[in-house]
Design a binder for this molecule. Structure first.
Ligand code: HEC
Length: 325
């Protein structure tokens, strides 16, 4: 195992904490059977089986898994199970939204993540795939349907309305942030405005506001500038007016003219694979990776890039030497 240096992968260096692959190689394999009494080995396997099962599907291990001489070999089968699909989709939805939607259609990320994982599609389909997520089924049930004009769930009406925001001129800053957060894991704390703060574009360009709104690779107002704008009529009904201007230089120098090009550029970035693995880590461990887990994170990124499914990322981590320790 050759630990990579932190410069081997270029990432936008803000907020997303770079992973430092520790120079001390991780001891491969952990315990050796020969060194331990049989009872110990059995207890270790049972603990491992329980850990894998709870982490992946939220249930105690089956008899067969408890009796398995190699619990890690069951990871792939667990990743195919309906329990995993359901649990992971709920987890993703909680990560991608600040709070639960006011109805099921607003939780579009739950529905599409579930569809994508269940059907073994590339994880990027959640953000780029030709789908629509809306309450169009029987009795208003939420459905994922094919839509050539779809962009993951980012063009689905309930989601668009949920994150349209209230900016004075209809600029969808909240949508821009949500896309950056969901696709590459950008985390910013919107600062609470003093009651007399100028919240218009002029105010956001000034002082401490500019850092998030006009500077840095994620400059929220610039990113929002290529999205449709929110239009509210006399009756208070909201619609969206597409952006028709020319391409803007965003994300540190990429030429981008609309929401689709924005999401495409984010998915092509190194941060995308990093975020998929971090999400998998959080799902399995209940926390982000720590420094000495850099090597397994790097292997996860390689597997994810090659196979493109979130299951491939998850499998590397759940089968990793550290998981059952
Ligand atoms: C640390 C980064 C950060 C700073 C600094 C910051 N903001 Fe924001 N701002 C955000 C984020 C993130 C959002 C999107 C929040 C959301 O999800 O609704 C946002 C959204 C907004 C919106 C749109 C709200 C809506 O409902 O559409 C306005 C207006 C705004 N900020 C004004 C300001 C002003 C004025 C300042 C300076 C006093 C400021 N912001 C400083 C991160 C920041």
């Amino acid at each position: 195992m050759t630990p990579r240096t932190k410069n081997s992968r270029t990432r936008w260096a803000v907020v997303v904490v770079p992973v430092v692959a520790a120079a001390i190689g991780m001891a491969a394999g952990g315990r050796t059977a020969g060194a331990a009494a049989d009872g110990d080995v059995e207890a270790f396997r049972e603990r491992c089986a329980t850990r894998i099962s709870i982490a992946l599907v939220g249930k105690g291990a089956s008899e067969a898994l408890l009796a398995s001489s190699d619990p890690s070999s069951s990871v792939d089968a667990l990743l195919e199970s309906g329990d995993f699909v359901e649990r992971f989709a709920r987890f993703v939805n909680a990560e991608f939204n600040r709070d639960p939607g006011k109805d099921s259609a607003e939780d579009a990320s739950y529905h599409l993540a579930k569809y994508v994982v269940k059907n073994g599609k590339p994880w990027s389909d959640v953000f780029l795939g030709p789908y629509k997520v809306d309450a169009t089924g029987e009795n208003g049930a939420v459905q994922v349907t094919e839509d050539a004009n779809g962009l993951g769930y980012f063009r689905s009406q309930p989601w668009l309305l949920r994150y349209a925001g209230n900016e004075l001129a209809g600029l969808k800053i909240a949508t821009a942030y949500r896309i950056l957060n969901n696709v590459v894991g950008l985390q910013l704390m919107a600062t609470t405005n003093a009651p007399d703060a100028d919240v218009s574009a002029k105010g956001r360009e000034a002082g401490s506001c500019a850092g998030c709104h006009y500077q840095n690779w994620y400059a929220l107002d610039h990113v929002a500038g290529v999205l449709s704008t929110k239009v509210t009529n006399d009756k208070g009904e909201v619609s969206f007016k597409p952006y028709s201007g020319s391409a803007k230089s965003l994300l540190g120098g990429k030429s981008i003219a609309n929401d689709k090009e924005l999401v495409q550029a984010l998915v092509e970035s190194e941060n995308f694979s990093f975020q998929a693995c971090r999400l998998s880590f959080k799902y399995l461990y209940g926390r982000s990776e720590n420094r000495c887990e850099g090597p397994v994170l790097d292997r996860c990124i390689d597997a994810f890039k090659a196979t493109k499914t979130i299951q491939s990322a998850m499998a590397v981590i759940a089968k990793g030497p550290g998981f059952c320790q």
